[in-house]
Write a protein that binds this ligand. Sequence first.
Ligand code: PAF
Length: 282
Amino acid sequence: MKVYHRKNDLETYLERQKEMGKKIGFAPTMGALHEGHLSLYHEAKKVNDVVVSSVFVNPTQFNNAADLEKYPRDVENDIAVLRQSGAVDVLYAPTVSEIYPEGLKSKQYDFDGLEHEMEGKFRPGHFDGVGTVVETLFRQVKPDHAYFGEKDYQQLAIIKKLTEKLNLPIQIHGVPIFRERNGLAMSSRNQRLTEYQKDAAKIIYETLQRTNEWFQTISVTEINNRVKEIFEKQDGMVLEYFEISDEATLKETDSRHDNRSYRAFIVVFVGEVRLIDNLHLD
Ligand code: PAF
């Protein structure tokens, strides 16, 4: 596996690969790699000749300084995990100045309203930060295909919109959520949970599954009330939001309409750790 820290070195290598007709698949990450990330690489391997990943903890997408500071970082360990898995051909681990040569500033984007829903309400500026880093990485890596986990479903929708609006010739793929054995969605943040918290946090996915059953028979208002009640009873957990939204617009719905697809979205603080999950509703 090749490891690059400088944009020019990365670009020189990838341009040569493209000249040889190789297809480039790209999965950007913020490191602290786990099996969920590996599933992105395996998906990329299916249709690309060269699989590229990046590890970069992007400061502009954190609206909470403590969250940025506590975000797990261990690039050496990430490199070891990748070497052992053999899943990635090129790792790009840029310095801050390779991504932000003019200082840490986000561009402002218009994602046709997707950015104002859910995470947008609770994490102001988050999607401008994500858009800025993803656009920069896309322009440096110039992949044919790019892969993002469905755990951050709103992010995935926004990246599709970004690619479409900027007319970038990149095919964006969503990869299903990879879960721990107890159902907890895999996340780099899980490293900050105690074993007890990790076990207790299975209630998040269980609640989504129950939502899927309830969605067939009871009203959205009743579901919202039941979910609130469940989390009021959990020690050490705070429900930040739960909503059932239209999968295309991400707007919250208060009832079910034919010919629309819906998804339940949830964010819960387990202790100080903010966990996010979602489930498509049948
Ligand atoms: O999902 C992530 O890990 C990050 O938001 C991303 C897409 C790598 C941008 O920093």
